[in-house]
Design a protein around this ligand. Sequence first.
Ligand code: GDP
Ligand code: MG
Length: 162
Amino acid sequence: QVGVLAVVGRPNVGKSTLVNRILGRRAAVVEDTPGVTRDRVSYDAEWAGTDFKLVDTGGWEADVEGIESAIASQAEIAVQLADAVVLVVDGLVGLTATDERIVKMLRASGKPVTLAVNKIDDGASEYLAAEFWKLGLGEPHSISAMHGRGVGDLLDVALESL
Ligand code: GDP
Ligand code: MG
């Protein structure tokens, strides 16, 4: 029985780009426009000899009413069905209130969470990851889903909790 790893986070942080990077192909749809991935989509994946299911989710946008949109509930369902979660945040944008709300929900779920700070495309941007320690999820793993930087190290950690 293979474990399920769900990738969650706000729209446009690079979740689908990360999923494609892990799969080694362009399966998930990447868009410059936020909110393109509306459902949760599951893929068979493998990393360092471990088979697992990788679930891409849609945007998790908190509006004034809360995060109760249909898209958000797909992400919540994905978390409930997952054995472990990768929370992706955007290192270029920085920490947002929505990130903090997502963390609250993830904490309530009790699932193990690995934090990925994406769009850290080079060493000069590395310092941008530090503010995400504030989320209380432990080490922020800086990655560039686009270029592959840090993705192997992130997976090593995330798959340990499967
Ligand atoms: P999602 O909505 O979270 O699934 O985000 P997408 O994967 O669709 O990506 C949203 C935008 O961020 C696209 O324009 C991507 O090309 C861009 N992007 C994703 N990963 C990176 C990255 O590592 N570095 C940079 N600079 N841009 C990225
Ligand atoms: Mg997407």
